[in-house]
Write a protein that binds this ligand. Sequence first.
Ligand code: FRU
Length: 537
Amino acid sequence: ASPSQTYRTSYHFQPPKNWMNDPNGPTVYKGLYHLFYQYNPLGPDWGNIVWAHSTSKDLINWNPHKAAIFPSQKGDVNGCWSGSTTMLRGENPAILYTGIDPKNQQVQNLAVPRNLSDPYLIEWVKSPYNPLMTPTPENKINSSSFRDPTTAWLGPDGRWRVIVGNKLNRRGKALLYRSKDFVRWTKAQHPLYSIQGTGMWECPDFYPVSSSPIGLDTSTIGEGVKHVLKVSLDDTKHDQYAIGTYAHSKDVFVPNAGAAEKFSGLRYDYGKFYASKTFYDSLKKRRILWGWINESLSREDYIAQGWSGVQAIPRLIWLDKSGKQLVQWPISEIETLRQKKVGYPRTQLKSGSTVEVQGIKAAQADVDVSFQVASQLEQVDAFDPSWTDPQLLCSQKGASVRGGTGPFGLKVLASKDLQEYTAVFFRIFKAQNKYVVLMCSDQSRSSLNEKPDKTTYGAFLDVDPLHEELSLRSLIDHSIVESFGGKGKACITSRVYPTKALGNEARLYVFNYGKANVAISSMNAWTMKNASINRKN
Ligand code: FRU
């Protein structure tokens, strides 16, 4: 294959070529799913940004359309940046997005479909009143830190609300605007929420959740409903969130006790996953999360390959029973790509063993494994309470550092000689009154090529290994590995660039490098079919 194709994915969303970043304005209209995205029509690097557009019947196979929103007005001559879709009353989609004006100021604009009877929503018309929200000296909004409007929600008073990402000095803010007609917007006195010292909040998202995978429309308020505020922190490039209450009479977000400071470290994904956005899928009554996964290649190398960026597999997202965190799971439609299943009966995975999972195409696979360690916890290593950073812990205790119980898990995109592999695994520790489960994705051996970034990622997983199984699901797709631990309680996505473990040469192994044996209670693996993604007809 030509170098431009080596690391292309087979079932992840990407354009045929060029640069892609944030998912924009996802929605469902007349039975069709829409995804727009930040795209450079002229090349593989960021720039010349328009809203490219694709539609799908199943969120898996996508058809490309012409760009939906591109520079054409004063309010966006220098770029059409991120934004969201809102369904106005009576199935009436409206897009709010950030435009870059002739003075390179960030302003907020509105676009609506030209023809509501077209389910593909090919043509978008910009409001003659654009820009609708502007930075001015009076409102103290910094014109280079004012962007990415959310999906709006409708209050009981009949007014729409939307938030826009902002910072003032080092204080990150979710600025609140209100409107009766979606055209004339007034900035509220107080932001919905803000935190000192966090820097710019890009791509905010604000939505209701309940502890059921049945999703809630964005305007839902009431008993048993919690709210999530997510921001994309420009400083760290992490999508962090807090769970709390939306005090709608005051129009402020009140995070749960303890959740306020720096979003208490909760992340959608502890690997690569940024500028994400949810939408309410009214067709299947669920909330779905899209997120952008950038390259781990040097700029020079992604320019040479002619493309950059993929979107993560859309994830169902809801509130965990504990109320303390969210849970995510790949949408069930992805299972339609599963081909040949390889299943393993319950077996022991002896200390020191590495077993190949045969019979699948390991470069594009879905694997789901559950471990039982309850009877294997005598030798567990002690947990040092000063270990507060799971990523650091995973990089110090990688896949080749032997422990009491763990590391055990998967080696994916592995070469036959195991010179190359990405290890996704667990390690268990004993703290004062409980066990601590660490989930890691170790990229340090992922490629013989020295150049890509191979940072190791890690997360603590809120699962009790004494009473629960430890499950791990990984979606493997040539240069991307999306892993879901504890049935979606911790997610880690990584980009890797094997030189040997390519195509039919890639292997999948299950391994246990800990001193204790562990039991595999179930394991299934599938080859994944190619999805049809943005192919030109
Ligand atoms: C996030 C972001 C947004 C901005 C867009 C520009 O990745 O920087 O804040 O609107 O990308 O492409």
